[in-house]
Design a protein around this ligand. Sequence first.
Ligand SMILES: *Cc1c(COP(=O)(O)O)cnc(C)c1O
Length: 448
Amino acid sequence: MPEITYRLPQEIKLTSNYPQGAESAKLAERRAAAVPAGVASTAPFYAVDADGGVIVDADGNSVVDLGSGIAVTTVGASAPKVVEAVQEAVSHFTHTCFMVTPYEGYVAVAEKLNELTPGDFEKRSVLFNSGAEAVENAVKIARSATGRNAIVVFDHAYHGRTNLTMALTAKAAPYKQGFGPFASEVYRVPMSYPFRDGNRGGKEAAAEVISQIEKQIGADYIAAVLIEPIQGEGGFIVPADGFLPELVNWCREHGVVFIADEVQAGFCRTGKWFASEHEGIEPDLITTAKGIAGGMPLSAVTGRAELFDKVQAGGLGGTYGGNPVACAASLAAIETMEEWKLNDRATRIEEIVREKLEPLVDELDYVGELRGRGAMMALEFVSDSTSQNPHPTAAKDIAAYCLERGVLILTTGTYGNVVRLLPPLTISEELLGEALDIFVEGIRSVGQ
Ligand SMILES: *Cc1c(COP(=O)(O)O)cnc(C)c1O
């Protein structure tokens, strides 16, 4: 694999007042007076620099990053090509608005998305700023194309925090609590969740979904089936083999648009450009964001050209959508993924993670399951292997244990009982190994 060189030392280095030194403490005080508590942060320290697998804080602490700012900095937080491309782009123009004066970068990102996403058919891409905005627009496009209303979503789904995407998201607290009323014509069906549905086969799980939607909604009323090929905030749930292909087939038969929300799983995270490829499916529309632009805000909807045909000129867009600096960053991030073979790195990360964590599943009663693909792996914690009751305090305590020792790690899941690994794909094997050793120590000492 190509060698990656780093600007910052790839190490854990903690000063005496870690996790909140004097500088971070001052910032925390200013924050408390200026920023509402509704925006919560995992870490008590404030970042000033980041590169490869580390984040450096305002007091000089260097911490291992196993979260990538929630699966965003796949190429690292200051990948040289991205930095250079942003600097070059920003020195020419920061904005014109693509809807007013178009520019090449937007077109080039659309071309790249059309080429990289699964499916050998004629495609189009439209750019936005956030994952939620991409999902909202995918729904708009599907409704316009079909002339139908209903959107089918799944248990444990996460699609964002805007009004429509809150309705599409499953979990009430903290995402929806107190924020209704929500958008209508959203129908939720059971997800294939092998660990919690008795290891039901994918076809069987799909049959239940199909029966439910045919009986309760009616196929000819459904505009789209929307699903994350691997659920992110729901707990890194990988559906059983065959679940997604069955749903895609059913959608094809009934003129329903199949939308894959690849906002978290896309762009090399799972060892392929898109998680849909693991399932051999070709979604009609794919939403992307997070890893798409090396940390710059950008998102997209990509899909079958004919689905966009009915949308009137001016029907899609937004002031900042496809910002030229973000587009430049995206092209550079994609080049970096190709050059550094980040799909191979994600696959290698999975090997390393499985080697370290797999033995714990048999050994420790409270380690329920290791699952995921590539550099999107997670452990689900349970009270014991018989009842499999969710054990959220284990996940919380283990994450806290890691943070105290300089490893930033995120929890997730409907029940909050999952610890997820989302390292930048540019992390060195040595640093990843060191961080995983601390994670394993944490699992053993505070996971019970
Ligand atoms: C993060 C996420 C979103 C929302 O993206 P934002 O950029 O936070 O709006 C949507 N779908 C999935 C699968 C996500 O993981």
